[in-house]
Design a protein around this ligand. Structure first.
Ligand code: ATP
Length: 813
């Protein structure tokens, strides 16, 4: 029932129809005892195994299926996988990567070339140098972004402070001025940020982590790793933060790091729509994939000053294929990135040797990060709250994303207007809160250089709300983590959380470069502080905290829980936060917070990044095969009949086939001499559509019985140079004479494609694809003839969910 959307209502639409032994429906034919019956839907049918089929009625089949699936649904729940899925569709525009190394005669010739020890050593050294360069490049980018943001943000908030202080006195009474200035700055800068992303480089939108994750999973995303995307990402994220949006620059660092890695790996510089080639050692999809994993890790490492956390983030969230060697290289890059960022930022502050700025955002050392065991239940409750608020964030953002796709994103200008509106509203909301909540405090902010205003405080102290809004989201996070317990009143915090939560939901998904790490941490830190205040009130003489009245650790647990509730990443976030705080003692509490918030969140929804992937229709292969699919065999979901080619084919025939079908892989068979059919024969290899297109465009064909003059000049580099999506069959022009020629696939085809037999179960096939990074798998008969094809997208299409107590196994299209 894999291919049906099987629900009670649907079952009633099906009719019972006799089925012949080869699985065909044979309506209207005489049936006898022992004859199989099938259920036929208006579109499709499936064989129901029933021996006493003449007693089988539609009702009995319905009840049989219901009971069977109710049972399955119960077991399914035990796996805890019945959280609602988001939009269930896949876009065919996302093609797969060719991570598998093509074992062709060309490749073998290269492998057999004698390589001296020295050359091998040089190759290894250059490989490490590339990983080193990724770390350095990422650090330069991260430090550059940080310095620019800090410099301009300082000017912006200092201007606003001057106006707010001046205009809030009775004498001047010109508060319309600062709000107009604030809104104009925000709207103007965000307009630029959004126009850049919307009109020039849509790939730079959002944090980029879901796309990097999909790329590493094996999905080709055109433009994701381009130079234009890099520029738009870096400039865009600076503009988004200066535009006053509730977003961070840490997530986009992973994407930018990935682009730097791919750029360094490819070793070529774009120059007026052409490329200047520097070196081409690491240009295969396989190599670039590993480098991008290192780039993503370096980005996170530079952002948080957390090399171990960055590496684990890449392992947990992004990369799909790992081995110890790769982890070591990725860690090396991440460490270089962290160290270099530290050096650059310290040098910028005038003390390069002190290395006191390991990342863009540091939670800084907490003076009192000890805890009492009796506090753990409070932390657990906080974790559960984090899971709840996190999943609320995901659901609301999902609804908004769907709404945007339906109504707002049809026209590009609407995207720009929406982003500008959000930035204007952000400024207005902040101003209204500062104006209406007269929370004046004399407590010194932890950061002596933080901006605040005396608005509404008549000379006594400063406006507490302003400390959180007259700064970047990172500054606000640090203030919430470190300011003393009496810096903010309960009302201030409640209103701040509410407003910032809605702004965060509204901002994520706008057509601008923006990350969700910092807003999530900030929301969590604010409600964590509230709980800390509550604990101090409830147990004034009890807890360790009450002596120091330290709400910082509650803010930290709140931040961790909120982030865990949104992203559902556990190990890496634990390590990142521990590395950021520089205190391992509290690691246990942070781990508990992240683990429980993930469990609670998973009960309601998938994580934010997974939601993004599903909404975009990207065919991602998850870590594990869909549960309870042990009974599904490859014969149930393979495509057949298979379109095959002979080792030497007529060019005209190949051209027609490629024009008629969009398949990306074609098994090569050796025609059985005893059989007339040209489609029957033993499997000899597989050739990719892209390879054929390169051969046709380079005209590697000749008259029958001859060898093409240019056959020997074709090298592997010719295939690596061209982007697989850049060549299209429609662009290849062939004369009638050329169509009579023959093309020889033998030197280029993969001679040892992965094959399985018909009785392979789905979980085994799934693991093969996941473990080996396959794109195609050929199903062969006992005679080694190709009888079916399975692609990674075929597997990704399998989703399952439970609706009204029934299990749905869907084959998405
Ligand atoms: P991707 O585009 O990522 O490679 P895909 O599934 O779209 O994935 P295609 O090669 O376009 O890949 O295949 C489309 C469908 O056709 C798949 O269901 C696949 O099983 C089937 N298919 C692929 N190659 C052949 C072939 N040579 N003969 C018959 N069916 C094929």
């Amino acid at each position: 029932f894999q291919s049906w959307n099987l629900s009670q209502a649907k079952i009633n639409e099906f009719t019972v129809v006799p089925v012949s032994n080869d699985g065909q429906f044979c309506e209207g034919k005489q049936t006898g005892n022992g004859h199989k019956f099938g259920l036929k839907s208006p579109a499709q049918g499936y064989d129901v195994e029933a021996d006493q089929s003449d007693t089988l009625t539609q009702n009995s089949i319905t009840s049989l299926l219901s009971s069977k699936f109710r049972d399955v649904a119960k077991r399914w729940r035990q796996y805890g996988v019945d959280s609602p899925r988001f939009r269930k569709r896949l876009h065919s525009k996302w093609e797969s990567m060719n991570y598998e190394i093509i074992d062709s005669q060309l490749q073998r010739k290269l492998n057999e070339e004698k390589v001296s020890k020295r050359k091998l050593a040089m190759l290894m050294l250059s490989n490490w140098l590339v990983y080193f360069a990724i770390g350095i490049g990422t650090a330069l980018m991260a430090a550059g972004v940080q310095i620019i943001v800090e410099l301009i943000a300082h000017q912006k908030f200092s201007l606003l402070k001057t106006y707010l202080d001046k205009c809030s006195t009775d004498k001047e009474n010109c508060l319309y001025q600062p709000i107009l200035i604030w809104m104009s700055i925000n709207v103007g800068i965000t307009l630029l940020a959004s126009a850049l992303v919307t009109y020039l480089q849509p790939m730079a939108a959002g944090s980029g982590i879901p796309l990097i994750k999909s790329y590493l999973n094996g999905v080709r995303i055109p433009g994701l790793l381009s130079l234009q995307a890099f520029v738009a990402k870096c400039v865009g994220v600076v503009l988004s933060i200066l535009g006053g949006l509730a977003c961070g620059k840490e997530g986009p660092m992973a994407h930018s790091g990935g682009i730097i890695a791919a750029g360094i790996g490819k070793g070529r510089i774009p120059w007026f729509k052409k490329y200047i080639d520097l070196y081409g050692l690491f240009r295969t999809d396989h190599n670039i994939r590993d480098l991008v994993a290192a780039g993503a890790a370096s980005g996170v490492s530079a952002a948080f000053g957390a090399p171990v956390g960055g590496t684990l983030f890449s392992v947990e969230e992004a990369a799909s294929f790992w081995n110890t060697e790769l982890v070591w290289k990725v860690f090396f890059s991440a460490m270089v990135a962290c160290f270099s960022t530290n050096f650059l930022l310290s040098a910028y502050e005038g003390h390069p040797t002190q290395l006191s700025n390991p990342g863009l955002v540091r939670f800084n050392t907490f003076p009192n990060l000890t805890f009492d065991l009796i506090e753990i239940p409070v932390f657990i409750i906080m974790a559960a709250i984090g899971g709840l608020i996190g999943s609320l964030f995901v659901v609301m953002n999902y609804k908004l994303t769907v709404f945007r796709q339906k109504y707002l994103h049809r026209k590009k200008w609407i995207k720009v207007v929406e982003a500008s509106l959000v930035s204007g509203v952000s400024a207005l909301a902040a101003f209204v809160l500062m104006f209406t909540i007269k929370d004046c405090t004399t407590a010194e902010p932890y950061n002596g250089h933080a901006f605040n205003t005396t608005m509404g405080c008549d000379g006594e102290g400063h406006n507490a709300m302003s400390t959180m809004f007259l700064t970047t989201p990172e500054g606000c996070l640090k203030a919430l983590l470190h300011d003393s317990y009496d810096n903010y009143s309960v009302l201030t915090l409640v209103l701040f959380v509410t407003v910032f939560f809605f702004l965060g939901v509204w901002t994520y998904g706008l057509s601008v470069s923006s990350g969700v790490f910092i807003p999530s941490l900030t929301i969590g830190a604010a409600w964590g502080r509230l709980i800390g205040l509550g604990v101090i009130q409830l147990f004034p003489n009890q807890v360790l905290t009450s002596k120091a009245k330290d709400v910082g650790k509650y803010a930290l647990i709140g931040a961790a829980s909120q982030l865990g509730g949104c992203l559902r990443t556990t190990i890496s976030l634990t390590v990142i936060i521990v590395e950021c705080t520089g205190d391992i003692t509290f690691g246990l509490c942070i781990m508990l917070a992240l683990m429980i918030s993930k469990w609670v969140g998973d009960f309601f929804t998938t994580g934010l990044y997974d939601m993004n992937v599903e909404v975009s229709g990207i065919p991602l292969l998850s870590w594990e095969p869909p549960p309870l699919c042990d009974h599904v065999y490859v014969s149930d979901f393979m495509s057949q009949p298979v379109m095959t080619f002979l080792p030497v084919e007529k060019v005209g025939h190949v051209y027609e086939c490629l024009m008629g079908e969009s398949f990306n892989g074609f098994p090569i068979i050796e025609q059985d001499p005893n059989c007339d059919s040209r489609y029957k024969g033993k499997l000899r290899g597989i050739i990719l559509r892209f390879q054929i297109l390169v051969l046709l465009s380079k005209k590697v064909f000749c008259q029958e019985g001859q060898v093409p003059s240019n056959q020997n000049s074709i090298t592997l580099k010719d295939f690596q140079k061209t982007s697989p999506v850049a060549v299209r069959i429609e662009d290849i022009q062939l004369t009638d004479q050329e169509k009579q020629y023959v093309i020889d696939f033998r030197p280029f085809m993969n001679q040892t494609p992965y094959t399985v037999s018909l009785n392979f179960s789905m979980p085994r096939v799934f693991r093969l694809f996941r473990g080996l990074g396959l794109r195609h798998l050929v199903v062969v008969s006992d005679e080694f003839e190709p009888i079916g094809m399975v692609t990674r997208k075929d597997l990704a299409k399998y989703r399952a969910e439970i609706k009204k107590g029934m299990l749905h196994m869907e084959h998405l299209t």
